[in-house]
Write a protein that binds this ligand. Structure first.
Ligand SMILES: Nc1ncnc2c1ncn2[C@@H]1O[C@H](COP(=O)(O)OP(=O)(O)OP(=O)(O)O)[C@@H](O)[C@H]1O
Length: 245
């Protein structure tokens, strides 16, 4: 059964270019609360601190907070892209992510090859891969570009391909960054139904967003982050106040 459990999760990013001592001292003296030195005396950004939460099957969680609060970092950590420097994280269930359009896409391979590679990676049979290929190719609508290496794709084409691949299969845990909801109008119209199916079909949804309409429409719970810490965790009404209030 799908579940996520985090205990005292901490994520830090070393800032290697701040090796010069004088600059380091000056910056730290300005007391940016998220800059500190680690045990190797490197300056690090404290992106997430002491996060403890459980997410169970059926929950649709919105991560909210101001710019730099840590939403995307948390999504990437849940996706296994970042390794916590402290704490425990357990993620049970098949994860699908709509976080970075380029993630998991091989730029030397064509769009079609990328679709097939994803199917192979997921251990699909030949006939399942054929279905995946037909579905994702049709949805991405890339025409002749489908058989060209993806490094020549525009940003919008990358999004179409990633979106088509990621949404062709319903994962148990869906991790999503809001800018995947911000494609061009034609594409979003087409994507809407597919997204709704995916969101309602997943056992767990975690979405980072600034859009409170998205939160009210899709989510059952809100985790509010500020400067890398959880400052609120509850139902949508508890955190945002009742709708229309
Ligand atoms: N690769 C990185 N290297 C250094 N610092 C990073 C890196 N990624 C994130 N950070 C820092 O971690 C903090 C959290 O960033 P994050 O992108 O998770 O915020 P966010 O809540 O998603 O913001 P936004 O709403 O602007 O997308 C910020 O202080 C950011 O500067």
């Amino acid at each position: 059964m799908a579940s996520i459990s985090a205990r005292g999760l901490r994520i830090e990013f070393p800032l290697y270019h701040l090796a010069a001592r004088s600059l380091k001292k000056r910056l730290l003296a300005k007391a940016a609360i998220r800059l500190k030195t680690d045990e190797s005396n490197r300056v690090v950004v404290s992106a997430l601190s002491e996060l403890t939460f459980d997410i169970s099957r059926g929950e649709r969680v919105a991560l909210i907070g101001t710019n730099g609060a840590g939403k995307t970092t948390l999504l990437r950590t849940l996706a296994g892209i970042y390794e916590p420097v402290a704490g425990q994280l357990e993620v049970h269930g098949e994860v699908g992510s709509l976080i970075d359009p380029a993630a998991g896409i091989d730029s030397d391979s064509t769009g079609r090859e990328n679709i097939v590679l994803r199917g192979l990676y997921r251990g699909m049979s030949e006939s399942q891969i054929a279905l995946l290929e037909a579905d994702a190719a049709e949805f991405a609508g890339l025409g002749e570009f489908l058989d060209m290496p993806t490094r020549g794709y525009s940003a919008g084409m990358q999004v179409r391909l990633s979106f088509a691949i990621a949404t062709a299969i319903t994962p148990q845990i869906l991790l999503m960054d809001e800018w995947f909801l911000a494609g061009d109008a034609d594409f979003m119209l087409k994507a809407e139904e597919r997204l709704t199916r995916l969101v309602t079909g997943a056992d767990i949804l975690v979405i980072a967003t600034h859009d409170m309409n998205v939160v009210r429409r899709w989510c059952t719970r809100v985790i509010k982050l500020e400067a890398g810490r959880i400052i609120g965790d509850g139902t949508v009404d508890e955190i945002l106040g009742p709708a229309g209030a």
